[in-house]
Each structure stands twice: as C-alpha cells, then as structure tokens.
Ligand binder design. Sequence first.
Ligand SMILES: Nc1nc2c(ncn2[C@@H]2O[C@H](COP(=O)(O)OP(=O)(O)OP(=O)(O)O)[C@@H](O)[C@H]2O)c(=O)[nH]1
Length: 420
Amino acid sequence: MTDTKPNEARKEGKMEDLPAKKPVTIICVGMAGSGKTTFMQRLNSHLHAKKNPPYVINLDPAVRSVPFGCNIDIRDSINYKKVMETYNLGPNGAIVTSLNLFATKIDQVIGLVDKRSSNFNHCIIDTPGQIECFVWSASGSIITEAFASEFPTVIAYIIDTPRTSSPTTFISNMLYACSILYKTKMPMILVFNKTDVKKADFAKEWMSDFESFQDALQKNIKLSDETSEGSGYMASLVNSMSLVLEEFYSTLDTVSCSAYTGEGFDDFLKAVDSKVEEYNEIYVKERERVVKERKEREKENKEKNLEHLMSDMGLENKDKKKEKETETGERIDVLSDISSGNEEDDDDDEIDAQIKKDEARGYEHGIINIDDDNDNEEEASKISSAKKAIQERYKRAVANGESNTKFAADVTKYIRQTQG
Ligand SMILES: Nc1nc2c(ncn2[C@@H]2O[C@H](COP(=O)(O)OP(=O)(O)OP(=O)(O)O)[C@@H](O)[C@H]2O)c(=O)[nH]1
C-alpha cells in the first residue's frame, strides 16, 4: 500500500528497505451522462501532459467507442451484443452479465495491473453509465474489492453540475453518493463536473451551510407550487434528507472541474493524494479488522461443522459415553459390543446353532463372527483407527479449506461401515 512514510524515506534514499510503492486506483462512477467518459479522457491526457501516464481500464461493455487508449478493455474479452443474444437479455441485464463474466477473471486482471504497477502512479477505471449495474451488482463489488485489497482505491463520484442545481436533484444525487460510500466503504471524492456551464459554488454552499440549502428549498417550493401539485410531500422529504446527509458531507472531499476545459484537474489529483493518506490511515486498518473478523468467524464455523459432523456420525457421543462408562467401571458401549458381553453366552449358543442350521440350508451370513472376541476387538480397533484417521484428515481438510471428493467418499464409506 502507498504510504506517506515510505515516500519520505524514499526521498532520504532508504528505498531498498521499503516495499514498492503501489499505484492508486481511481474508480469513476456517476449517473448516466454525468460525463464519466469525458472526465476519464481529460484525466488521461492531463496525466500524460504531466509525464505521469496512467493505466487505463474500461469496464463499460456497452460503450460504442472509447475516446482514449485502454490497457484493459472489457469489450476485448466480452461481446456485449452476443451476451444479449445468447442469454436473451435486455441492455441492462446484458451489462450485469458481462460484468459477471469479467469478474470471474478479476484475479488475472489484478495480476496484469500488478505486474505493470511499477510503471504508473494511477490506474483509472471507467464504469457503465447505468450506475446501478456496477454499484449494486455482485460483480461490481467483487471488482471494487479486488482492486481495493491490492491497491489504495478511491471512488470519484462524477456529478453533472448544471443538472444538479435544483435542491431536489441535488439531494437525490447526494443520497446516491452516500449509499455508494457506505456500500463500498472506500474514500470518495465528489467531482462537480461541467463547471464550464455552471459553477459548483452553490453546491458547496449547500453542503457547508444548512440554512442556505433551506432557503433554496423554500424558493423551489414556491416555484413548484405554481407549476405542480404534491410538492409539499417532496419538499418535506428533501428537508429530512438534507438533515440526514449533513454528517455524510463532512467525510467527503469535493472538487469542481470541467472535463471540457481541464479546469480543476490539479485539485482533483491533490484530493486523490489526500484520500490515499486517508485510505492508509483509516481504511486499511478497517479492512484488516474486517478480514480478521471474517477469518475468525470462518474458523469458528469450521470447528462447529466438525463437531456437528462428528456428532452426526455418532463418534463424539460414543467416545464420551465410552469415557464415562470406563470411569464408572460399567460396561463399555462400543461398536463391537454385540459380541463383548459375557451374559449373552446362552444367546450366542442359540445364534451359533441358528447359523449352523442356515449354513446347512446354504445361506450365507454377512455378519461379523460374533463369537470371536479377538476378531471383534480387531474390528473395533480397525474402526477406531479409521475414525481417528478420518477425524485427522477432516481437521486437516477443514484447516486447508480442502475440497476432496475422495475424502468425502471415505467419510461416507466410514459412516456406512459403522452405522450400516
Ligand atoms: N459542457 C460540458 N459538457 C460535458 C463535460 N463533460 C462531459 N460533457 C458532455 O456530457 C455528455 C455526456 O458525457 P459522457 O462522457 O458520455 O458521460 P458518461 O457519464 O460517460 O455517459 P454514460 O457512460 O453514457 O452514462 C456528452 O455530451 C459530453 O460532451 C464538461 O465538462 N462540460
């Protein structure tokens, strides 16, 4: 992970002791038409101009043409039109399916980026215009998580500033950004794009001054009252939402820029740097904590499963029973008990006689020779050592996350042997 301390140490020439600096991943998300692709194009040329070319990834399978050179393009491996035909899907379903197919290869993608990571400082990713296809899909989460676990990752939420100038659309956009922030748990930068058309000062003011937002809302209500009905409900909803979102604003960096003119891109890169620091200070620790917790939970579950399996097989109980009865000097109830009791001598004679009769009639007995104590002890010890071996193997398999069909077959065989 990128770290400010390693950077300082690098400057001091102690680089050999330090891990290689990882590039930062910038994932561009935003509503359809907010200007993600144009923003990517400008960011790409801006970084090139600074002799700091980025690694570029396009994750929009439905885009006709991409106005920048891509290092990885989802369209090279997935044919969106074919996905639509093959799976009989509509446009959005096909985007989700294409992303699903791409997500199955994400480890290879990360491998590729990692391999080249010494050559660039930024990896920039464009996402589909249908924001929900990426943000709310499992594959979107997998892809984001995969990058975030390997590189410092920042979400750039692109906003169409002129289209956000009404309090209602502003709050809708903020709610969306808020939900993405809490879903991905990644550092986020709000990018007010298209400032060549409308400056983003109004939005920044609304975010920092609740009263000014209220004023704008009141003005909007008066205007709406003249033009539409039912705006009272909308206004009160927007009002409540603005209160809820106050805390969310404090966690964000905002930048205004124009993908057309290139204004604000230096500020954007500065914001990225500060978010990387935040990522290292807060998110890395948080992620480590979550991963640790998940591992502990998995370990607990595995142990519980092992206990359940053993008790389903009747092994643990029998062992415990055996221990208990040995302590009290009582008869041991083991699998070979059918032949170990002395009190059944008479019964044994009867059974013996029956077997002889049956054999004389030509029947075959597929039972253990219940008369022979030594054979039974041998059988019991065989079963006991098989049990131990299987327990050991199960524990090892559980520890290694092994999925071994032969092992499963062994367990089945053993259950049949002991319970059949
Ligand atoms: N004036 C102005 N227009 C812009 C700017 N950025 C993008 N646009 C225009 O906004 C429209 C949408 O831009 P795109 O870059 O295609 O937006 P997008 O978010 O990638 O679109 P989808 O991926 O289809 O959702 C285009 O007509 C762009 O020319 C900007 O900074 N200023």
